[in-house]
Design a protein around this ligand. Structure first.
Ligand SMILES: NC(=O)c1ccc[n+]([C@@H]2O[C@H](COP(=O)([O-])OP(=O)(O)OC[C@H]3O[C@@H](n4cnc5c(N)ncnc54)[C@H](O)[C@@H]3O)[C@@H](O)[C@H]2O)c1
Ligand SMILES: Nc1ncnc2c1ncn2[C@@H]1O[C@H](COP(=O)(O)OP(=O)(O)OP(=O)(O)O)[C@@H](O)[C@H]1O
Length: 461
């Protein structure tokens, strides 16, 4: 019996290794294709130092010659790609014809007093108004507008009267005092219209328009808690415009801006420059055993916090085989496994015993949920790896994957989940800077290491 089990395991491992290799080649091919198709950075030498110029030699930005103007900065990546106004067709839809040009901006390293940019280690590339990052910057990133932002998308927590009232007030202020175009979700436009607060907000009426939001929106404003930030990010399957998250929830780990000071906060952001945290996301592919030979089985799912694979309603232990690139990591036997971003390190992963990690630390957290083993400690893996979580053929039950706590998908024996860092981070505006905001949130949100101070009286050395 043991020999048979060993043989079964060897077959499963062999198959899994082959699948891992196939998954890795597919990922590399997709990444290379995406880089070739996307952009080419030409003649941007004045805004990058030699080091950066070498690293960005493979990437380039195709900006139409007529739009290409001289670089304006010395320590950042500029793009002068400005999207053409939509030319109204025979019956132009208001949401299309009213949108002006998308603002362009420059990302630079906020090194204190250092003028020659020698701190630049990794780079952030800016392509056609979309922020992508192949590596992580090791310094505070600043966003500086190169043209005035004109369009703001509001994402609000549902079923909250205070949020609805504030949203209507902010929309009115932005339109009357800042001449900003406002987009809202379809259900919000109905509320604002019934409120008659300001019936010239724009929305979308189909998925094609929704997919093009990142080409029209300069800034996202969220009114709610962390879940509203997660929801806002989930609307963007590719590049995400900068997010300004106002705190209207209970915890507010990713919502640093006080809602009562929205005028000053938005003034500062619209004027710029302002600090941003590039929050990496995980892109997850479900590979069905039945469709293992097809190149792509299901749409990738992007998560800002984590993807969990658990036993769902099954009363059996989960049994998951985990691979990192093509190396076998371990078998998880317990309630499940959390694969988390550093932003999600203070969420479910923390509750399951994982570490709290600064959101700018490049990494992927690997945290078991109630493992039935005394020695299974959480891991933090590099951000450049691809993880494959396989439900083995000899697993007693199915597993369930959930993405940022939602959209559960059942995984049958033989199915696998492939996870890697997405090239589309969520750029969130900082109230102060990435580190100050992170420390404030663990102090105020989680009361981290809050302890009475020992008094002076008592024994001495
Ligand atoms: N046992 C747990 O701690 C547990 C269980 C399920 C889900 N969650 C978390 O809830 C998230 C979904 O959030 P939601 O608001 O949609 O659901 P929700 O309304 O159930 O809120 C869950 C709580 O997690 C907090 N939270 C969310 N993201 C966070 C982050 N990055 N850092 C610190 N706290 C965070 C929220 O503020 C909220 O208080 C999931 O991604 C998961 O991380 C936690
Ligand atoms: N615009 C939206 N449309 C649909 N669902 C949303 C939207 N905004 C937020 N949600 C969902 O509503 C839930 C609650 O949102 P959120 O977490 O922001 O508020 P909260 O729970 O009151 O605050 P906290 O998370 O700080 O406790 C989340 O699960 C989130 O996914």
């Amino acid at each position: 019996m043991r020999t048979v089990a060993k043989a079964l395991r060897q077959v499963a491992e062999g198959k899994a290794a082959a699948q891992a290799e196939a998954a890795e080649w597919k990922r590399k091919y997709e990444l290379e294709t995406a880089q070739k198709q996307q952009t080419r950075i030409k003649d941007c030498g004045t805004c990058t130092d030699d080091n950066l110029g070498k690293m960005t030699s493979q990437l380039s930005l195709e900006a139409p010659a007529s739009d290409q103007t001289g670089c304006c900065g010395n320590h950042g990546i500029c793009s002068h790609e400005v999207l053409q106004d939509e030319v109204p067709g025979p019956n132009p839809r208001p949401s299309l014809s009213m949108v002006g040009r998308k603002a362009s901006f420059r990302l630079s390293w906020g090194c204190n007093g250092n003028k020659n940019g020698q701190h630049k280690h990794d780079f952030v590339s800016f392509e056609k108004g979309d922020i992508t990052t192949a590596e992580r910057s090791s310094k505070q990133i600043l966003l500086k507008w190169e043209s005035r932002p004109q369009t703001v998308l509001f994402i609000t927590k549902p079923n909250s009267n205070s949020v609805r009232v504030l949203c209507a007030e902010m929309v009115r202020w932005l339109k009357e005092h800042k001449n900003i175009n406002v987009f809202v979700e379809p259900w919000v436009s109905k509320e604002l219209l019934t409120d008659d607060s300001n019936n010239t907000v724009q929305t979308w009426d189909n998925d094609d328009d929704k997919k093009m939001l990142h080409k029209k929106v300069d800034l996202i404003v969220t009114l709610g808690g962390d879940g509203t930030v997660l929801w806002a990010a989930s609307l963007f399957k590719g590049p995400v415009p900068p997010v300004v998250a106002f705190a209207m929830g209970s915890l507010g780990f990713m919502t640093p801006f006080p809602s009562e000071q929205y005028r000053d906060c938005l003034d500062n952001v619209l004027k710029g420059p302002f600090s941003i945290t590039l929050r990496n996301r995980l892109q997850c592919h479900v590979i069905r055993d039945a469709a293992k030979d097809e190149i792509v089985t299901e749409e990738p799912i992007l998560v800002l916090n984590e993807v969990t694979i658990d036993r769902g309603i099954s009363s059996y232990l989960t049994y998951l085989e985990c691979y990192c690139d093509s190396s076998f990591v371990t078998c998880v036997q317990g309630d499940g496994l959390i694969i988390s971003t550093t932003s999600g390190s203070t969420a479910y992963s923390l509750a399951a015993g994982g570490s709290m990690v600064h959101p700018q630390v490049p990494g992927i957290l690997f945290t078991p949920i109630c493992p039935h083993s005394l020695s299974f400690r959480p891991l933090i893996l590099p951000e450049y790896v691809t993880l494959r979580i396989q439900v083995p053929y000899n697993s007693r039950g199915h597993a369930w994957a959930s993405f940022d706590g939602k959209d559960r998908k059942q995984l049958a024996p033989g199915d696998a989940l492939i996870c890697s860092i997405s090239p589309w981070p969520v750029p969130t505006a900082c109230l102060v800077d990435s580190t100050t905001d992170f420390l404030r949130s663990i102090h105020e949100g989680l009361h981290w290491n809050l302890r009475k101070t020992q008094t002076l009286d008592g024994p001495r050395d």
